[in-house]
Design a protein. Structure first.
Length: 252
């Protein structure tokens, strides 16, 4: 029987790579995103919904549709935003709340609405996208790091709460991922620190033992593994896909 996966923020970046990897693995793919133009160019056989992960009405409607289609085997709660890059005293409260809302509330709402279907089936895999910022902290990115730490706490709780019903929960912690989103981070950090983009890039890369950024496909491969029967007893785990961070705050 074909399995079904839902990927939030699945129309671009890491989410799109996840959706494509699950498609290649034979899953029925559903995605949500707020970018309608990106949703419009997804493969025709993917089921796409425009939804704001911080809006419970939007998320409820998506999961009702998934339930009507036969239920959900895998949830990839992947939606996230970088948030502001500023010293703590310069971070606006509204900017803090907006960052936490997408990164944490979005994961909570997705898990909240996936859980009843998975409980009914007494099976399922919930994969939350955290970050190495959720393991080590992240100077000048307090809202993002705080939310990603909280995502790990949510995952650990889900694993304990839902495990007796055959539902697994894990968190993937990407390091610096090549792509447009990270380019924006590099530009903002360079401006905040009076450095060039390349200097900041090399600082990130040198903070890993493998000396490089990761690709979206690396994250997607881990998600497919965690959803698979090969990982049937892997739950409650924080798994970094980051080239092995050895210095989360290299001196630049």
């Amino acid at each position: 029987m074909t399995r079904r996966v839902l990927v939030t923020a699945g129309a671009s970046g890491v989410g799109h790579a996840m959706a494509a990897a699950f498609d290649a693995a034979g899953y029925d793919v559903w995605v949500t995103d707020i970018d309608q133009s990106a949703l419009d160019i997804l493969p025709d056989h993917w089921v796409a919904h425009r939804a704001d992960v911080t809006n419970e009405a939007d998320m409820s409607a998506v999961f009702q549709a998934v339930g009507a289609a036969g239920g959900l085997d895998v949830l990839c709660a992947n939606a996230g935003v970088a948030g502001p890059t500023n010293a703590i005293e310069d971070i606006d409260l509204d900017a803090w709340r907006a960052c936490v809302a997408v990164n944490l509330d979005g994961a909570f709402l997705a898990a909240k609405h996936a859980a009843p279907m998975m409980k009914s089936a007494r099976a399922g895999s919930i994969i939350l996208t955290s970050s190495t910022a959720g393991q080590y902290g992240y100077p000048f990115r307090a809202p993002y790091a705080s939310a990603k730490w909280a995502v790990i706490g949510l995952m650990k709780t889900l694993a304990m709460e839902l495990g007796p019903m055959g539902i697994r929960a894990n968190a993937i912690c990407p390091g610096a991922v090549e792509g447009p989103r990270m380019e924006g981070v590099l530009a903002r950090e360079a401006a905040a620190k009076g450095m060039t983009r390349d200097e900041v890039y090399q600082g990130y890369a040198s903070g890993t033992s493998m000396g490089r950024f990761v690709e979206a496909q690396d994250i997607a491969n881990m998600a497919v593994f965690l959803a698979s029967d090969a990982a049937r007893l892997v739950s409650g785990q924080v798994i970094a896909v980051d080239g092995h961070t050895v210095n989360p705050d290299p001196k630049l």
